[in-house]
Write a protein that binds this ligand. Structure first.
Ligand SMILES: [Zn+2]
Length: 158
């Protein structure tokens, strides 16, 4: 038997002003699109902005449904759209921003387990790490380079 340890690496930026121009733009786009989410049940709105290797940006937000499980996270809507329409482009960065009518969300939100698994799939497919920027409607940003920092032991077929 061997004891093993996994280390994760992340950066914290105190505001979008500390980011590169490219990352700042994505974070602001994720925050902006979060406000248009269809979230009448949870009032929790999430926006995502994905930067592709072609410099195309794809934005999406969460979509809820009265039949709860049929809704979908902002991240997966954007990721599936990117893969459906630009299958040969790499995903460089995904910015994720959350906000709620019920409370001020100036703390970063992080993607759910299912979205982490989907990010992992595209990262494996493109053989290049994806930068993930996580934030609230304002305030600090947590950044990781590579989904292994959020989902060690992701599911793989081989
Ligand atoms: Zn999710």
């Amino acid at each position: 038997m061997q004891n093993k340890k996994i280390e994760i690496n992340y950066c914290i930026y105190l505001s979008s002003e500390e980011l590169t121009e490219e990352d700042k733009k994505l974070v602001l786009q994720a925050r902006a699109i979060s406000l248009k989410a269809y979230a009448p049940y949870s009032q929790f709105r999430v926006g995502t902005a994905i930067l592709l290797s072609s410099n195309k940006v794809i934005v999406a937000n969460n979509q809820e449904n009265a039949s709860y499980p049929e809704g979908l996270c902002a991240e997966r809507i954007a990721l599936f759209y990117a893969s459906a329409n630009y299958p040969n482009k790499k995903i460089k960065t995904i910015a994720i921003a959350g906000n709620s009518e019920l409370q001020i969300t100036d703390n970063p939100i992080t993607p759910c387990g299912a979205c982490r698994q989907v990010i992992a799939e595209y990262e494996i497919k493109q053989k290049e790490k994806i930068k993930i920027l996580m934030t609230g409607i304002s305030g600090k940003i947590i950044a990781v380079k590579g989904i292994d920092n959020l989902l060690p032991f992701c599911f793989k077929m081989k």
